[in-house]
Design a protein around this ligand. Structure first.
Ligand SMILES: Cc1cc2nc3c(=O)[nH]c(=O)nc-3n(C[C@H](O)[C@H](O)[C@H](O)COP(=O)(O)OP(=O)(O)OC[C@H]3O[C@@H](n4cnc5c(N)ncnc54)[C@H](O)[C@@H]3O)c2cc1C
Length: 360
């Protein structure tokens, strides 16, 4: 059986690994000239580590990840609003990992047979009968996996002109700092602004900022420093470390729900199926789950039945969290912070169950 995978990001490469291990002959079409990306950090939560274990890649990830660090949410002053009880989280859900995105992609890529990878091939059209038209000619498969991200050509050609991705109202910066080591994974909530940082295994620090902003705003390092240089330590040092580093800036979008992730011989995975806001750190995690389930499912209808309700639940929860995290009215923000300080630690752990207790 032949599968054509459109897109060689996390969802596409993971699908290629999973399908290969289930006996499929796979071809991965990726428009970039090389597989991999500059990227930044990525949280691989316990549900996704279980998916990677199912692919036989969990250990390789753990070796290149940092984990077991204290985690939680702070106020701009540095005061804790919510602290994760990581012993309890570990007992309930297992380990989670912070990795460099490029490391995850490299581990996935190395697990796909080299002759299956076709970089520099841009897909132009996908048909329900399994035909894929691209810059290198035509490919056909018994299965086509649309893993081509939020502006998916697969989704557009098979599902028609869906409403465009919806701007969430906030935009992010991401970077990796070399000389500002941290020991905890923290997100700090202000008014319409958030800042997060986490240790990477090699002593570097992944950090990101999320701000309410008009779509297309292009502010760079100066804007980042203006907004965050007075927040609690180590945030000033992190925003001052961006000179000379790659600073990524992306507006955040999500896709409207689809009524099905499958049509004819075509299935969507990852952002092409359910691009979500990054507030729960679950976009790539869900793509990894998709890949494992797709390869094991008894037909595409079963894949859709198993994946659509779950991923659309995560999209909803992530959107809701973003609304609360980006409140700007002082009274609302004050009330939010008070409630967060009062909630028991065990409540946080329990509330994560629908996301983290997934198993293949
Ligand atoms: C700021 C931010 C932070 C995030 N943090 C996290 C996190 O901590 N944890 C987490 O789990 N998720 C996180 N995510 C979400 C995560 O990045 C995405 O969900 C994930 O990368 C989706 O993977 P994908 O393979 O589905 O799509 P993509 O990564 O978009 O990959 C699509 C691939 O398809 C290729 N492609 C596109 N069109 C074509 C075409 N026509 N022909 C051939 N190739 C094509 C592209 O070049 C690309 O390589 C975050 C997202 C953002 C924006």
């Amino acid at each position: 059986m032949r599968a054509v995978v459109v897109g060689g990001g996390i969802g596409g490469l993971a699908s290629a690994v999973a399908l290969t291990r289930n006996g499929w002959q796979v071809e991965v079409l990726e428009r970039a000239r090389a597989f991999g990306e500059v990227g930044a950090g990525l949280a691989v939560l316990p549900n996704a580590l279980r998916a990677l274990d199912a692919l036989g890649l969990g250990e390789a990830i753990r070796e290149r990840a940092s984990s077991e660090m204290p985690a939680g949410i702070r106020a701009v002053s540095g005061r804790w609003l919510s602290r994760a009880d990581h012993g309890e989280l570990r007992r309930r859900y297992g380990q989670w990992a912070m990795v460099h995105r490029a490391d995850l992609l490299e581990i996935l890529r190395a697990a796909v047979p080299a002759d299956a990878l076709r970089p520099g091939v841009e897909v132009r059209e996908v048909r329900r009968d399994g035909t894929v038209l691209h810059s290198g000619g035509t490919s056909t498969g018994d299965l086509v996996v649309g893993a081509d991200g939020i502006r998916s050509v697969t989704r557009r050609s098979v599902w028609g002109e869906e409403p465009a991705p919806r701007y969430a109202g906030y935009s992010t910066w991401r970077a990796i700092a070399a000389n500002v080591p941290v020991r905890e994974s923290v997100e700090t909530w202000g008014r319409g602004e958030r800042f997060g940082y986490s240790p990477l295994p090699d002593g570097r620090t992944y950090f990101y900022a999320v701000v309410n902003a008009p779509e297309g705003d292009e502010g760079g390092a100066d804007e980042l420093r203006r907004r965050f240089a007075h927040w609690h330590d180590p945030i000033p040092a992190l925003v001052n470390a961006v000179a000379g580093t790659a600073l990524l800036r992306h507006d955040i979008y999500e896709l409207p729900n689809l009524g099905s992730y499958v049509a004819g011989k075509v299935a969507l995975v990852g952002d092409a199926a359910h691009a979500m806001t990054p507030n729960l750190g679950q976009g790539a995690c869900q793509a990894l789950e998709d890949a494992v389930v797709l390869a094991a499912a008894d037909g595409l209808a079963e894949y859709d039945r198993l994946r659509r309700p779950r991923t659309q639940m995560v999209v909803r929860r992530s959107r809701r969290l973003g609304v609360i995290a980006h409140w700007t009215a002082p009274a609302l923000v004050g009330a939010r912070n008070t409630v967060m300080r009062m909630l028991p630690r065990s409540g946080f752990s329990r509330s994560m169950a629908p996301l983290l207790d997934w198993a293949p």
